[in-house]
Design a protein around this ligand. Structure first.
Ligand code: NDP
Length: 292
């Protein structure tokens, strides 16, 4: 079997196309969707991510405000910025780019974002709704992007066994809630760094979502013939054959394509979906500001 490509670029382009008419409707109501991205420090990868988000805003006609702070800024500096962005009526989404410098407490800063503007979906009120099985809050972008991609490809989830590799607040944990939610109805196992029989769990799974941050950890032997494999991982690995000396690798070995029925590529899989979902959350926040 050769896996079909779970093409995040194509799916994200469709999501963005659908957003255009919603954005026009907002503008007709006198509201231009507006996203603020706060970045602290000079981590090169974070700056690349922020650039892609700002570019997506430009493509769609979403206004973006980029707030860049030096690495030496204090947590209080970020608090003040979040406070003033919360107050800004013409601004609908606030994203604080992760990771923050180690002297800052990311979670307590997330707590300060107005839940209605929490387009990352990490505020306890939004994550709490997800735990309750309510899908009416802001859903975290990466796991909701994975769900959208599965549904776009027509992949059946009901009654399937799914293994999520990773239990982070940002990806693995919300992913497990979404896949196990009513209406999606997979039976979910979450594996983490202390799980003993990870390879065996995967070998019995219909769906594997890898969100670990370990290059090419999931090998062909771990995967059942015909399984659906989604690779969330983005890892930079040395590669002297490339001019720049490195390449991007996922958490899944490319040979898995020989056994899986579907496999998402890295890059071009979950990454573009994450950005598309961020755009969708921003538009939704703008729509809600019109309704309220
Ligand atoms: P974290 O480091 O926060 O979490 C990693 C998780 O993997 C933890 O739960 C950890 O377990 C678990 N883990 C570590 N080793 C193993 C192992 N051997 N077997 C099973 N589980 C293990 O990472 P994130 O969730 O933030 O990100 C995961 C990956 O996804 C990264 O490569 C990241 O770059 C990528 N990513 C991609 C995005 C995209 O848009 N495509 C968006 C966000 C992230 P424990 O809890 O026990 O420590």
């Amino acid at each position: 079997m050769v896996a079909q490509r779970l093409d995040g670029k194509v799916c994200a382009a469709e999501v963005e196309k659908d957003l255009l008419s919603r954005i026009s409707a907002c503008v007709e109501n006198g509201v231009q969707p507006h996203l603020a991205v706060v970045i602290v420090g000079d981590d090169p990868a974070s700056h690349v991510y922020v650039k892609s988000k700002v570019k997506a805003c430009e493509r769609l006609g979403i206004r973006s405000t980029h707030v860049g702070l030096p690495a030496a800024s204090t947590e209080d500096d970020v608090r003040k910025i979040i406070g003033s962005l919360n107050e800004q009526d013409d601004l609908h989404g606030i994203l604080v780019q992760s990771p923050l410098p180690s002297h800052m407490d990311e979670e307590s800063l997330t707590d300060l974002i107005d839940p209605m503007k929490d387009v990352d979906g990490f505020h306890p009120q939004n994550l709490g709704r997800l735990v309750q099985g309510r899908m009416d809050g802001m859903l975290p972008c990466t796991p909701s992007g994975v769900m959208r991609m599965l549904s776009w490809a027509g992949i059946e989830t009901e009654g399937k066994t799914a293994v999520i590799l990773g239990r982070s607040r940002i990806v693995g944990m919300p992913q497990s809630l979404l896949l196990g939610s009513k209406g999606v109805d997979s039976t979910v196992t979450v594996a983490h760094s202390r799980t003993k029989d990870t390879a065996e769990l995967c070998a019995n799974a219909d769906i594997i979502i890898a969100a670990v941050g370990r290059p090419e950890m999931v090998t062909e032997e771990w995967v059942k013939e015909g399984a659906v494999v989604v690779d969330v991982g983005i890892n930079r690995v040395d590669d002297s054959s490339r001019e720049r000396g490195w390449r991007l690798a996922g958490d899944v070995h490319p040979d898995v394509a020989k056994k899986a029925s579907w496999l998402s590529p890295v890059p071009g899989g979950v990454g573009p979906m994450t950005i598309a979902m961020l755009m969708e959350n921003t538009v939704r926040a703008a729509e809600q500001s019109i309704e309220s």
